[in-house]
Ligand binder design. Structure first.
Ligand SMILES: [Fe+2]
Length: 220
């Protein structure tokens, strides 16, 4: 009798586990941790509104749609066809979620790198804070097309390194400590084609406290 009940339950359990793996909650647009005009004059309110409400929202919608299609895909070929949409929209959602927390108003935590473990590591790996910012700006200004500039922690060498990724590719080779959006939508309305001006300005609103917390987590 027990064996029969057990056997009869099997398909139900199997069905349940499929449901459990495919019913994921939808991704949502995270709130900004500050007002849209809080990063003025370095990043305009107009850019922040469009960037958050339109661009980031589009990646969230695209990721939800791609995950839904993936869950109902009937063949491996159909799933493979969805890989680039998952990578592009998933990366866009991950990168922007990190970017907003990466920034802070200049009259708050923005731009202030106080003495501590992160500053020490920057001086150790780049010589000085100024050299570090110069190297970051030169490397990221050279990105062809759209991409992201990163200060990443290399878990093998235990060093901070400056790396770039193309399109919306998230940083996988390193632990992201600081990420800067180098897509034109991040600066064009204010800085036009002068990418170096955007890069120079952004240091005034980089949230080094957040960066240090990520650095400590990655290096501990
Ligand atoms: Fe962006």
């Amino acid at each position: 009798m027990f064996a029969i009940v057990k056997t009869a339950l099997r398909p139900a359990i199997a069905r349940h586990s499929v449901v459990a793996t495919t019913c994921r909650s939808k991704h949502t647009l995270p709130d900004l941790p500050y007002d849209y005009n809080a990063l003025e004059p370095y990043i305009s309110e107009e850019i922040m509104k469009l960037h958050h409400q339109k661009h980031h929202q589009t990646y969230v919608n695209g990721l939800n749609a791609a995950e839904e299609s993936y869950a109902s895909a009937k063949t491996t070929k159909e799933q493979i066809a969805l890989q680039s949409a998952l990578k592009f929209n998933g990366g866009g959602h991950i990168n922007h979620s990190l970017f907003w927390k990466n920034l802070a108003p200049a009259n708050g935590d923005g731009g202030k790198l106080s003495d501590g473990p992160l500053k020490k590591a920057i001086e150790r790996d780049f010589g000085s804070v100024e050299d570090f910012k110069n190297k970051f700006n030169t490397t990221t200004a050279a990105i062809q097309g759209s991409g992201w500039g990163w200060v990443g922690f290399n878990t093998t060498t235990k060093k901070l390194e400056i790396v770039t990724t193309a399109n919306q590719d998230p940083l996988i080779s390193h632990v992201p400590i600081i990420g800067v959006d180098i897509w034109e939508h991040a600066f064009y309305l204010q800085y036009k084609n002068v990418k170096p001006d955007y890069l120079n300005a952004i240091w005034n609103v980089i949230n080094f406290k957040e960066a240090e917390a990520r650095f400590l987590e990655a290096s501990s």
